[in-house]
Design a protein around this ligand. Sequence first.
Ligand code: SF4
Length: 185
Amino acid sequence: MMPPQRSSSHIRTHLPPKILVSACLIGKRCSFKGNHHLDPAIRSLFDSGRAIAACPEELGGLGTPRQTSEIVGGDGSRVLAGKARVITRSQRDVTRQFVKGARMTLAIARDNKVRLAIFKTKSPSCGCGRIYDGTFSSRSKPGCGVTATLLLDRGIFVLNELDWERARRVSHRTFTDKHLKSYGK
Ligand code: SF4
């Protein structure tokens, strides 16, 4: 007798959930200077097919290289509420591009059923926990960037790469599929 066929939906529910990572963390040269911030452990998640990558600022239409930008007057949640702006060092208002990039990144996350994002710390887009303070002086303050805030608001768990590394050390090895599945559903 032929074994029962598994439906495609059955197979899908047993795949580990995808993780969304900042594209610069897998080595893409998409930072404002055209550099990357390669994190080998995060790159290996991408190479194994567990992670997808996106750069919200490129998705929002800002080219690379581009002027550095910071949130002035608050954090990502105030930008999304229309109460703070994202400004380049030369005072160009790029709020619209940052919000567009956040929405496009959220759409990618939803299309891929992402439940966990690992994002670059301090970025006005990806930052989670700390962001630059809006004075272009390399100082940071508590808060999240525009994209990180939008994903958090929509129920996606967001870690910065430093917290991810600490979590890996606590578990003494790379997160297993069991850990990753705990972010699923
Ligand atoms: S927007 Fe995010 S992914 Fe793009 S360069 Fe900045 S931190 Fe990296």
